[in-house]
Design a binder for this molecule. Structure first.
Ligand code: HXC
Length: 514
């Protein structure tokens, strides 16, 4: 330390002051809640020694309510750049120990500065939210700051991946930044997101509800679908972030980085689907037989579980999977599962990730609740997302493909590049029993033994229509394959699709029912 110039020492002292954030007591309070500090969070996500902090010395310009006498280190948000898995990212973390991480105009400008940088340099941006919301003393300036963030979230959407970690409170209009991003991560007992908090709800509606019950991690992972990844603690959350970033591309001009291919560890694909079409199974077991190393990263695992979405690799390249889940509600499409699938397909399409669809579903969920909740509007999103997508799109019909579901789940008619079906596929307007009851109603009614006649007609319908060969005879299905051939067929289809070019009519943007 002997030869360090005075200037360097001054710099170090200044940095040390800022790095103390809101001071020891505030940090102790933060840690007691199971939370890391903003800088520790950043260091835990980024590659070792890769973080470079910017704008440490930026100051708020609040003048009212005694703000002119207050110094908020780094203005309550830590921003900068670094690498994750060796690839560049821009990052910011709100520092709750400094004025509750509240957002004033300069705090917001620090955030928008790294967002602008990420957009210009075309790398992902990671935002860590831990804040009491708009800095009350700054009034409309704080609101302006939020607006400037939302604007950039929108500009960056579909250009660079945007990840939001909710590691503390994220309340009021502040929730709309995460909501505009691609992936939201929540942590048990740490995350809270809501538009109006328990106090407002109590005042306006007289209802008692805790913060956790209203907008805790589990609520957003399971009920609202606002969160894509749920973790029990911050460490697990950071591992999820790193894992996700390995699967996705840096921006919309690049493909995700390929890794060394590996064969699946699980291979019992022939034994998974039960012979009885009414028996459920876990479609994730099929996915594990298809992807490299049987490594599948499921997204929104706990919400709308009747559809499974997520990333795997085939021959080392990332592939997005969309699969009906027969284990939950027989894998039907409903409002939530339609939203879940459509958003994921659009992400894959934006970031050059081929989509493999595994189909086994009896159609859209019937019921007054669904109709009144807008299943028409929500369901249309799936049709829109598949039709709009120009990335390679491959479908494998495993078992049921009935009615609107057959069309919606990336059928040939919506532009599937490859359509494969297993011998167990049943491609029809509806299930054999319903169909037989309608088209053979008269014969069944007139028969002496109605039940016998019904069963005969069901059998007749199954033989005629509930199989893949009618669709194959019309060219709607390219070929019928054995389950154990599926990975080979997918690999070849993906290889063929490497230089796929497909064009859509020029337009400013569509009018999807989003
Ligand atoms: C200024 C704030 C603040 C805020 C917290 N602080 N929120 N300062 N503006 N919004 C300060 C506190 O005064 C306190 O300062 C320090 O941060 C820590 O806060 P505590 O209340 O001691 O922490 P805790 O008990 O953990 O409670 C956390 C909290 C609570 C639940 C988030 O602070 C809270 O309810 N804050 C207000 C939330 C809110 O109503 N925000 C505005 C939402 S409207 P000292 O100096 O005592 O340490 C909004 C509109 C956005 O955000 C619209 C965008 C379109």
């Amino acid at each position: 330390m002997a030869d360090l110039s005075k200037d360097i020492l001054t710099l170090r002292e200044k940095k040390a002051v800022v790095e103390k954030g809101g001071g020891e007591a505030a940090i102790e309070k933060q840690v007691a809640m199971g939370k890391l500090t903003a800088r520790d969070r950043i260091h835990s996500i980024l590659d070792k020694n890769s973080f470079q902090e910017y704008d440490m010395f930026m100051k708020h310009d609040g003048r009212d309510f005694g703000m002119d006498k207050k110094d908020f280190p780094a203005d309550g948000v830590v921003t900068g750049t670094g690498t994750v898995n060796g690839a560049p990212v821009c990052i910011y973390a709100q520092d709750f120990t400094v004025a509750g991480g509240s957002l004033g105009l300069q705090h917001a400008r620090k955030i928008t500065k790294v967002m602008d940088l990420a957009l210009k340099m075309k790398c992902p941006v990671i935002g860590i939210n831990d804040s009491g919301g708009a800095r009350i003393q700054e009034g409309v300036s704080a609101l302006a700051g939020y607006g400037e963030i939302f604007y950039r979230n929108t500009l960056a959407s579909g250009v660079i991946p945007q990840l939001s970690l909710i590691l503390g409170p994220c309340a009021g209009g502040a929730v709309y930044s995460p909501a505009l991003t691609d992936f939201v991560f929540v942590v048990e007992k740490i995350s809270n997101m809501f538009i109006t908090g328990p106090n407002v709800i109590k005042t306006v509606l007289g209802e008692d509800i805790s913060m956790e019950e209203l907008g805790g991690a589990r609520v957003h992972a399971e009920i609202t679908g606002n969160a894509h990844f749920y973790a029990l603690n911050e460490k697990e959350c950071f591992e999820q972030v790193k894992r996700l970033l390995k699967f996705i591309s840096l921006n919309n001009r690049e493909k995700p980085k390929a890794i060394k291919p590996k064969d699946p560890k699980v291979r019992n694909i022939d034994e998974i689907v039960p012979a009885d079409p009414k028996q459920p199974y876990d479609v994730r077991d099929i996915i594990k037989c298809l992807v490299d190393d049987s490594d599948f990263l499921e997204v929104q695992e706990l919400w709308a579980a009747n559809i499974v979405i997520g990333f795997g690799r085939m021959d080392g390249e990332t592939v997005g999977f969309v699969a009906n889940q027969p284990m939950v509600l027989a894998g039907v499409l409903d409002c939530d599962s339609a939203d879940k699938a459509a958003r994921f397909i659009r992400f894959c399409d934006s970031f050059n990730i081929p989509v493999v669809t595994l189909e086994d579903m009896p159609g859209y969920l019937p019921g007054v609740d669904q109709e009144h909740a807008g299943v028409i509007r929500h369901g249309a999103k799936v049709l829109y997302a598949y039709s709009e997508a120009t990335v390679p799109k491959i479908t494998v019909i495993l078992r049921k493909a009935y009615g609107g579901g057959y069309i919606a789940m990336n059928s040939r008619h919506l532009g599937a590049d490859f359509m494969f079906a297993w011998p167990s596929a049943e491609i029809a307007v509806m299930g054999p029993e319903g169909a037989a009851n309608i088209i053979f109603r008269k014969e069944i009614m007139d028969a002496d033994n109605k039940e016998f006649m019904r069963q005969e007609k069901v059998k007749e319908y199954i033989e005629k229509f509930a199989n893949p060969y009618v669709a194959a005879s019309k060219g709607f299905v390219d070929t019928v394959i054995e389950p154990k051939e599926t990975r080979t067929y997918l690999l070849q289809a993906l290889k063929l699709s490497v230089s796929k070019d497909e064009f859509r009519p020029e337009k400013k943007h569509g009018l999807p029912p989003f």
